[in-house]
Every structure is written in structure tokens, then in C-alpha cells.
Design a protein around this ligand. Structure first.
Ligand code: BGC
Length: 404
């Protein structure tokens, strides 16, 4: 039997101006992102690493207006989406004004529908040419990223309040470790994340700082930040030191890097149990989502509480939270419990300024279309969008609509 959908206490109010939206990323939704390193990886077809390529994805490059129409009609007031570096700079130093104009139309399109656009400049994918010259660990990686960020200025100098430089830099650095290990045939840990690649971590930290300075010089009023994957690490009794040591390179160094930022994005899906010898598998008998993760909606409350201790005083925004499931009523239960945990953290003093659900659409989940995270189903052949009951339910909870 499923748990009943919890309801927030009637006297609870989200802070004034709370962002209420859904997130997507370019590569996962646009389709045909042929200049990117991920497209290249998808078509190398080696080692059975990926089940299927992204191909047309949700065809959002052409259907973004349908996505935004739906989001606005459903009652949301915010949309987090990313712009694609590989399209904006298809060859080193050669910037596509047409691609910039495309994304500018998306930003204007969001504003015209009453949606506040939160723009992410990098969501996992880089141009293939950037990957080939060493990716984030190349000595000039941060300079190259800064050059792109400067060229993309028309996308944030007007109408964008929140700009995210890089999505989940910690997972990006973990992905490099995974690729290295697969190449060398070295085993990956059976539970928990491998250690993020050190050179990639260093490159990303520098790239973020340089990007923030560049944006501040060009558009001082834009609120800059980045979004970190937060694992809600939970130490078993006696494993606290192990958990702290494990978490630090995988999460805390990236949260610390946001101490000077205008906001910090918290992305949470599940928890990670740590025993005295390190990460533990999902407990026997626990419900698992289609991503294989433990169903643990309370994680987001723990994640924001932890982020607040590492970056004290920095406003937090939940930039991703959601569940991969084929049972939409489970999505509603998960999200209701997650919002309840988030509300408790806010009640206890966490400065949370918004909530974005991952994801608006069933989209390309980095290797497969099977884990469906969307509030909206997408037909894989016609690209027809069909909102699920959870989409109507969550849109109607927008505090801007329910206020008064
Ligand atoms: C990423 C998304 C991804 C989601 C679910 C986050 O790691 O930012 O791109 O689809 O989690 O795995």
C-alpha cells in the first residue's frame, strides 16, 4: 500500500518570492546535439557503457515553446534550462550568433509566458573539441570556459535573474574518473561514488570563479551560483569520520566554493549510507526507483541542512529534486514528502529561496530513456507531450498561486 500524500502544515508559508519551477537540460531534451562530447561518446558504442544514444531526445530545440506553454499552464512560475556550449561555440573561438539568438528567443519566450528563466551555462556536456584538448584538466580550460561565458552575455544581460555556471561539477569530475577506469579496466566501487578526478575538480573550481567574475563585470545585477549534487550522506554509528572524509572531495569542496556566491543550488534525490569501511549498498528490502536509488524523499531536507552548514549565509535553491518512476502516484508521494522535509528545514532556519522539480519532461537520462523523471510524458516518436497527474498537482501548489 502506498503512503498517503502528506500535506504541509496549514500555517506554513514558503518565503516571499519563492521560485516554483521545473528543470531540464539541453542535451537531455533538445536532440541532435552533434557537436558535444556526449554525442561522441554515445556513438563510440564501446564497452556497453550506454544503452542507447540521445538521438532526437524530446526535440525541444524546436518544441521549446510547447514545453514553456505547458509549464506556465500548469501553474509554475520558473523554468531552469541550459544552453549548449557546443552549439554556441561549435569550433574553438567561432561563435554561432544564430545559436545565441535561438537561446535568446527561449529566454524572451519564457518571460512572455510569465516564467522566470534560470539559465544554466554548462550541464554535463562540452564541445567535443574541448574534450579532445583535455577537458577541464587542460591548463587553459577555465580561460576557454570564460571566453564562452563572455560570448554568451546576450543571454544574461537582460531578463535573467539567476544564472548557474556549471551543473553538478562534482558529478562531472566523477564521470571523468569513471571513463578513466573503464578505459584502464579498473573496477569501480560497488557502492557510492568513486573519487572525482582531481585535475577536473581543480579546473571546474577555477572555471566557476572566472565565470562568476566575468558575469559580474558584464551584468552585475545577475545572481550567480552553481548547483551541486548532494548525497545526504548518513553515517552509521561510529562511522562519522569515515563519512566526513568520504564526503569532502565528493561534495564539500564544491559547496565551499559557493561561499562567495549569490546562491547555491542543492540537487538531491536519495541518501547514501556510510559504514565504518565506507559507502554501503541500498539496504535490503528498501524500495528502489528506476534509477536504482533508494526511495528516500527526506534526503532533500538533509541536503539543504548540510549545505547551509558548509556555505553559511548563502541563499539556497533546490535546483533539482525528483524521482525516476513509471508509477506517477509514487512521484506525487515522493515529492510531497520531499516538500515536507524541505519545509521543515525552512521552518528550522534554512534560507531556501526556491524549488525546481527534475524534470519537466521524460528525457534522455545519460545513456537510456528508461528512467522516467518527468512530470510530462513525451512520446518517443511523435514527441507529443502529455502532462501526468503529478504535473497538475505540483503546479497547483505554487505558493504564488495559493497565497492569500
Ligand atoms: C543531473 C540531471 C540528471 C538527474 C537524474 C542530475 O544528476 O543534473 O542531468 O538527469 O540528476 O539523474
Amino acid at each position: 500500500m502506498q503512503n498517503p500524500v502528506p500535506v504541509l502544515p496549514t500555517d506554513f508559508q514558503w518565503p516571499e518570492g519563492f521560485l516554483w519551477g521545473a528543470s531540464t537540460s539541453a542535451h537531455q531534451t533538445e536532440g541532435g546535439n552533434v557537436g558535444s562530447d556526449w554525442w561522441n561518446l554515445e556513438h563510440l558504442n564501446t564497452g556497453g557503457l550506454l544503452k542507447e544514444p540521445s538521438h532526437d531526445a524530446c526535440d525541444s530545440y524546436h518544441r521549446w515553446h510547447e514545453d514553456m506553454d505547458l509549464l506556465a499552464e500548469l501553474g509554475f512560475s520558473d523554468y531552469r534550462f541550459s544552453v549548449e556550449w557546443a552549439r554556441i561555440e561549435p569550433a574553438p573561438g567561432a561563435f554561432s550568433q544564430a545559436a545565441i539568438a535561438h537561446y535568446r528567443r527561449m529566454i524572451d519566450g519564457a518571460l512572455a509566458r510569465g516564467l522566470r528563466p534560470m539559465v544554466t551555462l554548462h550541464h554535463f556536456t562540452s564541445p567535443q573539441w574541448f574534450a579532445e584538448r583535455g577537458g577541464w584538466s587542460a591548463p587553459d580550460a577555465a580561460d576557454l570556459f570564460e571566453r564562452y561565458v563572455r560570448a554568451a552575455a546576450p543571454l544574461y544581460t537582460d531578463g535573467v535573474e539567476h544564472l548557474c555556471t556549471i551543473n553538478e561539477p562534482n558529478i562531472l569530475a566523477v564521470m571523468i574518473t569513471v571513463r578513466h577506469r573503464m578505459k584502464s579496466g579498473t573496477a569501480l566501487p560497488s557502492a557510492g561514488l568513486p573519487l572525482p578526478d582531481h585535475g577536473t575538480t581543480e579546473g571546474l573550481l577555477l572555471a566557476h570563479r572566472q565565470a562568476v567574475s566575468a558575469v559580474k563585470a558584464l551584468a552585475p545585477e545577475v545572481q550567480t551560483g552553481w548547483s551541486v549534487a548532494c548525497q545526504a550522506y548518513e553515517a552509521l554509528v561510529g562511522a562519522e569520520q569515515t563519512a566526513n572524509a568520504h564526503r569532502r572531495p565528493r561534495e564539500d569542496v564544491f559547496l565551499e566554493a559557493a561561499r562567495e556566491d549569490d546562491w547555491l543550488g542543492v540537487q538531491s534525490y536519495t541518501r547514501n549510507l556510510i559504514g565504518p569501511d565506507g559507502p554501503l549498498p541500498v539496504p535490503d528490502g528498501a524500495e528502489r526507483t528506476l534509477a536504482g536509488w533508494e526511495y528516500f524523499p527526506e534526503a532533500v531536507g538533509r541536503a539543504v541542512r548540510h549545505a547551509a552548514t558548509i556555505a553559511p549565509g548563502v541563499p539556497l535553491i533546490v535546483t533539482e529534486n525528483g524521482i525516476a518512476t513509471g508509477d506517477d502516484s509514487r512521484r506525487t508521494s515522493y515529492t510531497a514528502a520531499a516538500l515536507e522535509a524541505l519545509a521543515e528545514a525552512v521552518h528550522d532556519g534554512a534560507d531556501v529561496r526556491g524549488y525546481f522539480h527534475w524534470s519537466l519532461l521524460d528525457n534522455y537520462e545519460w545513456g537510456s530513456y528508461d528512467p522516467t523523471f518527468g512530470l510530462v510524458a513525451v512520446d518517443r516518436t511523435t514527441f507529443r507531450r502529455t502532462p501526468k497527474p503529478s504535473a497538475h498537482w505540483l503546479g497547483a501548489l505554487n505558493p504564488a498561486r495559493t497565497a492569500g
